[in-house]
Design a protein around this ligand. Structure first.
Ligand code: ARG
Length: 472
């Protein structure tokens, strides 16, 4: 392993390595305690931002050249140096040193080795406070775009399942008790609606992240004449921050992302829980695909939904990331405080949880094999009671009275150990003369489904119309 530092040309200033490598030692007579260095460093995790840090620095250098704080030649040396550093980090050649504190100083130190005095000019009119805000925003913009693609892939997988099961009857539940017949398509499309809202939330988080903070300096801007709008254009930001103190202390965009991620995670968790139920022997609505299941170390017969359980379980992490960030921010005075350094691990952790969860669920759904017979059987019987009551309403019976009549029919039938499907017209008419021959039709789950054509309802015709509007 080669060390970057060994090749360091002597720089101005005297004495041994200072508290932050070679870069910011002027103020200090003695070296920082190693334990302190270890506790306060963000380098072990913020190196994940290196590409964005370099992208930001190249834009900053180009701007400095534009406003003549750098010569073109200096800016060129900086840009070439930064691109080389990017290759060094990507290939694993770059030697990280904890005394650099964070990725910003690590890259800057190496740049001074590669580009000499030009490198020493890069941090002109910049602070790590606005630099890290920039890096995180650049990073999150890229990542939110990735999350949106994954949300879309899952959405498409669900729409595909829905399309195949517009006529697949299953019981809908309230209180986890069989309630009324729905279709599998209608059930699955409920999750599509959730994902539509998730998409909106991530798009909104993206817009709040899309603000360029560089130029805020440490907190109070700079006396140097820089061109912030140029940097924003270079980096593809649609706005610049309007207040330098807010720019370095604002992490609302992190909260926006984490809350969108938390709500998404809750949706994925509910979806997972439901599939866990469906694939249990008690429900028997679907079979777990082998590729997505795990065995038991003791019980030879077991096929476990570990993946789904862990998507459900890891929701706690994402919600925890949000709560941790809210808690970190709540007592902070303006402007930058080191507490803010805690933001990055929360963002990384949430991303590392929701991205694979989305991806795996999108691959899981098409492999789930449904047991149409079991679902349809479970959808019949007492789940049709409301349809019988609504039939009576159609015959002029006030709903409360219809509710009573059918309630009595259900009680009697249940006590006799029978199901609604076993009733004859005579049985019905003993309870109300309003029942005609067509009432028997109401005792089929398919009829019940077909008649629920209300906007937003589960009837196949309504669901097909929704599918059409949802597109692919
Ligand atoms: N490592 C810091 C962070 O992650 C960068 C900004 C540090 N600024 C400072 N003055 N210590 O937030």
């Amino acid at each position: 392993m080669k060390s970057n530092r060994k090749k360091t040309a002597p720089t101005s200033g005297k004495g041994a390595k200072g508290p932050s490598g070679n870069l910011i030692r002027g103020r200090f007579a003695r070296r920082r305690l190693l334990e302190v260095e270890k506790f306060t460093a963000s380098l072990p995790f913020d190196r994940r931002l290196y590409r964005h840090d370099i992208r930001g620095s190249i834009a900053h250098a180009r701007m400095l050249a534009r406003v003549r704080l750098l010569t073109r030649a200096e800016a060129g040396r900086i840009e070439r140096g930064l691109k080389r550093i990017e290759r060094e980090i990507a290939s694993g050649q770059f030697v990280f040193d904890l005394s650099d504190e964070d990725i910003h100083l690590a890259i800057e130190r190496r740049l001074t080795q590669l580009a000499g005095d030009a490198g020493r000019k890069l941090h002109t009119a910049r602070s790590r406070n606005d630099q890290v805000a920039l890096d995180l925003r650049l990073y999150l913009k890229d990542e939110i775009a990735e999350v949106l693609k994954l949300v879309e892939a899952l959405r498409r997988a669900l729409v595909t399942v829905a399309r195949e099961h517009v006529e697949t009857v299953m019981p809908g539940y309230t209180h986890l008790q069989r309630a009324q017949p729905v279709s599998l398509a209608h059930h699955v499309l409920a999750y599509v609606e959730m994902l539509e809202r998730d998409r909106e939330r991530f798009e909104q988080a993206f817009r709040r992240t899309d603000v360029m903070p560089l130029g805020a300096g440490a907190l109070a801007g700079t006396t140097l004449r820089i061109d912030r709008r140029f940097v924003a254009r270079e980096l593809g930001f649609s706005r610049i921050s309007e207040n330098s103190m807010d720019a370095v202390s604002d992490r609302d965009f992190v909260l926006d992302f984490l809350s969108a991620a938390s709500i998404l995670a809750v949706h994925l968790s509910r979806m997972s829980e439901e599939i866990i139920l469906w694939t249990s022997a008690e429900f028997g609505f679907a079979a777990l695909p082998d590729e997505f299941s795990t065995g038991s170390s003791m019980m030879p017969q077991k096929k476990n939904p570990d993946l789904l359980e862990l998507i459900r379980g890891k929701t706690g992490r994402v919600v925890g990331d949000l709560v941790a960030m809210l808690t970190t921010l709540k007592g902070l005075p303006l402007a930058y405080n080191s507490d803010l350094q805690e933001d990055k691990e929360r963002v990384f952790d949430a991303l590392d949880t929701i991205k694979p969860a989305l991806d795996l669920l999108a691959k899981f759904w098409p492999r789930l094999v449904f047991e149409r017979r079991a679902m349809s059987e479970a959808a019949g019987g007492f789940a049709l009671a409301t349809d019988l009551a609504e039939y009576l309403v159609g015959r002029g019976v006030p709903f409360r009275q219809a509710h009573d009549i059918v309630g009595a029919i259900v009680r009697e039938t249940a006590e006799a150990g029978k199901s609604l499907g076993a009733l004859t017209l005579a049985d019905l008419r003993r309870h109300s003369q309003a029942f005609g021959a067509d009432a028997m039709e109401m005792l089929r789950a398919e009829t019940s489904l077909n008649r629920r054509t209300v906007a937003g309802g589960p009837a196949p015709s309504t669901v097909r119309a929704r599918l059409l509007r949802l597109g692919r």
